[in-house]
Design a binder for this molecule. Sequence first.
Ligand code: 5GP
Ligand code: MG
Length: 177
Amino acid sequence: VSLQLHDLTFSPFISEETIDRAIARIAQELKRDFNGKEPLFIGVLNGSFMFAADLLKKLDFPLHISFVKVASYEGTKSSGTVSELIGLKEDISGQTVVLLEDIIDTGNTLEELYEALQKKGVAKTKIATLLYKPKAYTKKIPIDYVGLEIPNDFVVGYGLDYDGLGRNLPAIYKLKE
Ligand code: 5GP
Ligand code: MG
């Protein structure tokens, strides 16, 4: 049962059931830590839309939800890229934020997001990700809630794309060697 997207072939890797169990566990941990605190959950688009929807449905306490996109561009200084959060209209200063990511690989994206949130004056940023590649991660920022650790394979499905395709798949597939 392999899957063709553009020029690449993928094979089944993580089932819907396994994803659901991982999300249920994260939901329990979040309930333990944030029940009664009315946190703001921020999903990072596009990849986290499915994870955010399935996770937040499992949380039965009052909370806020927003989504952002990250626009990266070269800054005027030589220090590399600058990231801007698109879509966040709320004043989030002083709030406790839980960032929802589909996947954390090197952590570059996460670090940029984290710094952008710090600049907006959030009190505390916690990180929840469905997938995490520990062998690829190069940053110091602690990742507080992890669904599943995976090897350094390229995966698609459940929100993750290959060149625009595959986000709608309910399970996760990996690139066939
Ligand atoms: P990082 O900045 O942590 O290296 O990479 C994070 C971003 O790279 C993710 O938000 C995602 O868009 C993309 N990415 C990293 N690994 C994968 C993968 O295995 N599959 C897909 N589809 N995207 C990935
Ligand atoms: Mg992507």
